[in-house]
Design a protein around this ligand. Structure first.
Ligand code: NAD
Ligand code: K
Ligand code: MN
Length: 356
C-alpha cells in the first residue's frame, strides 16, 4: 500500500483550527480499501515560532519538508507581527524555495450556497484562475531611500522573465485544454504597464499557436472584474500575473459565496518539489480560537491535494461529501449565515465518507 508523506503546516489563527480538521478528513479517506495511507508530520511554524526563535520557520525548514509528497498549509498572519514578515518568512519562502510557480484557484458555486451574484447559479460560474506565483509584482525587488524624509522614494518593481511567462502560459493553455470548454482568458494590463505586460501579451500569442484547439481571448484586468460580475459564464480558465490574479481570485471567492470555501494549490508542475495546498483565506483574527472557522476551503484544498497525488477516486468522493454538506444550511458556518461550528462540519463530512 502506498503511504503518502504529508507535511501539515497550520501556521497562525484559524489555520490551527482548519488544518487538523483537514487532516482528520484525509485520514478518513485512507487505509482499508482505499489502497493508500498517509503519514502526517506537523510543523509548528508561524507566529509562535517567530516569538520563540525570531524567524517564521527554521533555517533548514525547506530541507525538512523537501522529501514530502505534498504540503497542507493553513495561514500565515499574526495580529502582533507585521504582515510582510509573516508572509515572506513562511508561505512565500516555501512557494519560492520549491518553485511552485503555478497557483491554481478553482471557483464554483457549491450547492446550497447563496452567492451574491443575481441570477447566477452553479452552472453559470465554473472558473479556474491560474496565478503566476514566482515573479511579477511580488518578486520582492525594490526598496526605500531616504526613509521618513520628504524626498523619500519607495519602489516595488515587477519582474517578468520570458522563461517565467512562457511556463505559466503553457501551464494555463494546457489546463484550459483539459477542461470541457477549452476556453482561456489571458488577463493583461498592457495599456498601462507597457513593458512586462506587453511581453506577456506577445508570449500568450506565441504559446497559443501550440494549442490550436483552445479558444482564447485577452481582457484588461480592470475590465475583467466587471466581466466576472456581469458575464460570469463567458469565463472558464483565466491566467494572470501574481498581483492581478491575487485580486481577481479574492473577488472570485466572494462571488462564489465566501472566502471560507475557496481552495488553492501552489504547484510545481514539473514535480521537482512538493506542491502546497491551502485554503485561500488568511488567519481571520476576528474569529480565531472560537471554533467558528469554515473548514470547507481546507477540505476542497484536500481534494486538490488528492488529485495532485493521482488519487482521483478519493478526490471525487471527498468533493461529493463537501457538496452534500454545503447543500445543508444546518451545516453552514457563520460566514455563510449559519451557526455550525468547525467541528460539526468536519464530523458531518467524515460521517458521509464513512457511510459510503
Ligand atoms: P482573512 O482571510 O484572514 O479574513 C477576511 C474575512 O473573512 C474575515 O472577516 C474572516 O473572519 C473571514 N474568513 C476568512 N476565512 C474564513 C473561514 N474559513 N471561515 C469563516 N470566515 C472566514 O483575511 P485578512 O483579514 O485580510 O488577513 C488576516 C491575516 O491573514 C493577515 O495577517 C494576512 O496577512 C493573513 N493572510 C494570510 C494568507 C495566507 O496565509 N495565504 C492569505 C490571506 C491573508
Ligand atoms: K491560506
Ligand atoms: Mn490574496
Amino acid at each position: 500500500m502506498k503511504t503518502y508523506k504529508i507535511a501539515c503546516i497550520p501556521g497562525d489563527g484559524i489555520g490551527k483550527e482548519v488544518i487538523p480538521a483537514g487532516q482528520e478528513v484525509l485520514q478518513a479517506l485512507a487505509g482499508g480499501g482505499a489502497g493508500f495511507d498517509f503519514q502526517f508530520t506537523s510543523f509548528g511554524w508561524g507566529g509562535d515560532w517567530y516569538r520563540a526563535h525570531g524567524t517564521m520557520m527554521p533555517d533548514d525548514g525547506l530541507e525538512q519538508i523537501r522529501g514530502m509528497d505534498a504540503i497542507l498549509f493553513g495561514s500565515a498572519g499574526d495580529p502582533h507581527i507585521p504582515d510582510h514578515i509573516t508572509l515572506w518568512g513562511l508561505r512565500l519562502k516555501i512557494c519560492q524555495g520549491f518553485d511552485q510557480y503555478a497557483n491554481v484557484r478553482p471557483t464554483r458555486i457549491l450547492p446550497g450556497i447563496d452567492a451574491p451574484l443575481k441570477r447566477c447559479g452553479p452552472a453559470d460560474l465554473d472558473w479556474v484562475i491560474v496565478r503566476e506565483n514566482s515573479e511579477g509584482e511580488y518578486a520582492g525587488v525594490g526598496g526605500r531611500a531616504h526613509q521618513g524624509h520628504p524626498i523619500e522614494v519607495a519602489t516595488d518593481v515587477s519582474i517578468l522573465t520570458r522563461a517565467g511567462v512562457e511556463r505559466i502560459m503553457r501551464f494555463a493553455f494546457r489546463l484550459a485544454q483539459s477542461r470541457p470548454r477549452k476556453l482561456l482568458t489571458v488577463v493583461t494590463k498592457s495599456n498601462a504597464q507597457r513593458h512586462g505586460m506587453v511581453m506577456w501579451d506577445e508570449i500568450a500569442l506565441a504559446v497559443s499557436k501550440e494549442f490550436p484547439d483552445v479558444r482564447w481571448d485577452k481582457e484588461l484586468v480592470d475590465a475583467c472584474t466587471a466581466r466576472m460580475v456581469n458575464r460570469p459564464a463567458s469565463l472558464d480558465t483565466l491566467v494572470a500575473t501574481n498581483l492581478h490574479a491575487d485580486i481577481l481570485s479574492d473577488l472570485a471567492a466572494a462571488l462564489a459565496g465566501s472566502l471560507g470555501i475557496a481552495p488553492t494549490g501552489n504547484v510545481d508542475p514539473e514535480r521537482r518539489y512538493p506542491s502546497m495546498f491551502e485554503p485561500i483565506h488568511g488567519s481571520a483574527f476576528d474569529i480565531m480560537g472560537k471554533g467558528l472557522a469554515n473548514p470547507v476551503g481546507t477540505f476542497w484544498s484536500c481534494v486538490m491535494l488528492l488529485e495532485h497525488l493521482g488519487e482521483k477516486e478519493a478526490a471525487a468522493r471527498l468533493m461529493q461529501a463537501i457538496e452534500e454538506i454545503t447543500a445543508d444550511p444546518k451545516l453552514h458556518t457563520g460566514d455563510l449565515g449559519g451557526k455550525a461550528k468547525t467541528t460539526e462540519v468536519t464530523a458531518a463530512v467524515i460521517a458521509r465518507l464513512k457511510n459510503r
